[in-house]
Design a protein around this ligand. Sequence first.
Ligand code: PMP
Length: 444
Amino acid sequence: MPNTQVIHRHLHHLPPTAVAGQGMWITDSEGRRYLDASGGAAVSCLGHGHPDVIAAMHAQIDKLAYAHTGFFTTDVAEELAARLVATAPAGTSHVYFVSGGSEAVEAALKMARQYFLEKGEPQRTHFIARRQSYHGNTLGALAVGGNAWRREPFAPILIDATHVSPCYPYREQREGETPQQYGQRLANELEAAIERVGRDKVIAFVAETVGGATAGVITPVPGYFKAVREVCDRHGVLLILDEVMCGMGRTGTLHACEQEGIAPDLLVVAKGLGGGYQPIGAVLAQQRIVDAMTRGSGFFQHGHTYLGHPVACAAALAVQKVIERDGLLARVRELGAKFEAMLHEAFDSRVHVGDIRGRGLFWAVELVEDRASKRPFDPARKLHAKVKSRAMAEGLMVYPMGGTVDGRYGDHVLLAPPFVAGETELRLAVERLQGAIDAAVAQT
Ligand code: PMP
């Protein structure tokens, strides 16, 4: 057993001790430096040690570190909410602040349920979501999530949810099918699922706008979300978009759904909201949902001790101000295009890279044993784990993930560098990743 009293992810393996972070680099206690090309798990959008964010947190701590929302609101929470509403999809009127992505998903699920209770539709009890998705590790989020491996041990204690196909063009778009036809086929599948469950029984359809952790940055085909929105509207079903990973600028617009031309009823954000400086997530709610609760019971029947934590709100506010002041959304788009070119240059010739996909500074490469047939590596070989350890040995942080347990989909490596990354650092990250993948494939 390693010498630790912290319960780590891997109980047999003690990770390096991080002691400092600056820009795109983290240093460990041995003095080794790691190039953070995944922002942890797509969190650190401003990199590490950003002086403006740190100063804002200090200032808030000096003023007021904590006040329970059962008693008070704070200026900093109000200012952050006003900023988020002003930049949110049309119709958004209010924000609910929690401490992370899973909590935000839980809050969205409960808010959606309460909306229908207030409207006198208590029979709506069912959620529909997608296979090959990730919405968090708490029980509600896990229930709507579609990661078979994560769900499996807890399946008997999860609420019932129906899962439909993800929008995964590399694997699931049929030969001869246009992107529009593919998107429509998936929307039809959702509609059939709603009808099967009972059109008056479904609360919401839950989806990541761009699939992240489980799927490896699967970008929707054009028109898919418009068709999904139409299906939801036709049946009075709410649309909850989970942008915990893909949101807050990561894909080049503040919200990924802007690129789909739709607004969800509830939009869930986290990671990039606070950039890792503090734990914070949020649900952005449409006016009619908040109105229903206001007119009905007059409160949202939910809550946590650290709702709207002032220091977390101060950190998030500072992160969002820096993004605006420094024009970082435009930078994500410009740098993203260069990063895409670097990835193609490095991996187009690599036979074990089947797909390179992404948007903005949110990218993945999917690894295959055979490119022509897209056959994944045998999951028992745990290629993703080998890529991670080779990358760490080379001083590189990336976010590799295994495929499905049934071997249907393959391993992939997720990349989410900070918006402030330099081109030289991105080039170095791609070079090190190339080395890590080559070494890991040779080892399997
Ligand atoms: N939803 C998505 C899309 C995520 O990527 C994640 C985290 N990877 C979560 C929810 C859960 O967020 P957290 O880990 O902050 O609870």
